[in-house]
Design a protein around this ligand. Sequence first.
Ligand SMILES: Cc1cc2nc3c(=O)[nH]c(=O)nc-3n(C[C@H](O)[C@H](O)[C@H](O)COP(=O)(O)OP(=O)(O)OC[C@H]3O[C@@H](n4cnc5c(N)ncnc54)[C@H](O)[C@@H]3O)c2cc1C
Length: 388
Amino acid sequence: MDLSLSPSEEAFRREFAAWLRANLPDEWRGRRLRGAPEGPVLVARRSWERTLGAGGWLGVSWPAAYGGRGATAMEHVIYLEELFGAGAPDPLNTLGLNLVGPTIIEAGTDEQKQRFLRPMLRGEAVWCQGFSEPDAGSDLAGLQTRADRDGDDWVVNGQKIWSSGAQYSDWCALLARTDQDAPKHKGISFLLVDMRSPGITVRPIRQISGDSEFNEIYFDNVRVPGDQILGEVNGGWLVANRMLAYERGVITMEMLAGYQRLWEELRDYARATRRDGAALIDDASVRDRLVRTYVDVQLMRLANLRLITRYMRGAPPGAETSYMKLYWVTTEQGLADLSLSLAGPAGLAMGGERLRLYFMSRAASIYGGTEDIQRNIIAERVFGLPRG
Ligand SMILES: Cc1cc2nc3c(=O)[nH]c(=O)nc-3n(C[C@H](O)[C@H](O)[C@H](O)COP(=O)(O)OP(=O)(O)OC[C@H]3O[C@@H](n4cnc5c(N)ncnc54)[C@H](O)[C@@H]3O)c2cc1C
């Protein structure tokens, strides 16, 4: 693996860096605008998303034929490093641009591509993912939300939970059971649902951190036109799995860029802060933990580059993407622990940024497929061990 950048990759970096210098408003620079987007933060992030869209800097790795830049996986990494490095607001439509859009490109009809892709690229349509239910998380195929045919439409009834960002999303990628008698994996369809449809109720869930990052969504006789099924009727399991394959690949790049930025913030904080008459950075235990977390970030980066090299050679994402999910957990939780202890007792203030980050980091072991499930996949598919 060659870790140096090619001249065209360097040119890509310079082009985006110059665009950011010219277009990222000063008042947003250096502010992460983290957490559940609400009120003015949501307004700012929506506006920044549209600015990126107007500049042609959303969906960079989508094929040019669908309005993207056809960027390679390595260029996508460079894009994220520049975006996060400049202290730009966190991307809002992560699910749409990284998961739903590429899945529509793969599995959508021409009409669906025409209709759904451009608004995402303009930063005008935010998507959420309606997969998990109260009794269907790890065992997703056990989902009970149903869609019944009525003329040309489907009528959806049921409940989803943990749907990140549903409270401000325009569209939902929804899994529903469309054949009640088929074996559980074979009776599911993938629906593209307008979140403004009558019969949808979104209830934010207040978390221990004080944020409402995710929601319950209730569907009460929600009508979805027949041409808003992605892929085959009852073929949704296949489409969902293609979408999830993107999750641990592409989203890892975005997480990593955020971790790199957070590590630099913590280092700068330790340099700039004095406690008990000495700079934090001169405390041996602080230096030790900074080094450990740096190593975690670099290991994750190298493992990710190896994965990207595979993609760029045309290899499909395999079971090893499960390792990446385990890297998220170690790296994010290590950084959040460090962040909290650097702040000292003041970090424990409820409502404070560091405590929020710490609480959110605990969720890393669950979202995107739990640690246990990833370990099962690695044990069975990589090590060839018998099923547990
Ligand atoms: C911050 C956050 C954001 C999320 N965003 C979304 C979203 O936008 N859309 C969405 O659809 N979902 C979302 N989720 C839901 C997430 O995908 C589920 O929480 C996850 O799949 C686990 O499902 P569950 O919560 O039902 O737990 P369960 O599946 O009930 O698991 C409970 C425990 O049992 C363990 N377990 C379960 N099965 C096995 C097994 N076979 N072997 C060993 N251990 C097992 C699990 O590891 C876990 O520790 C989000 C979750 C979080 C925390």
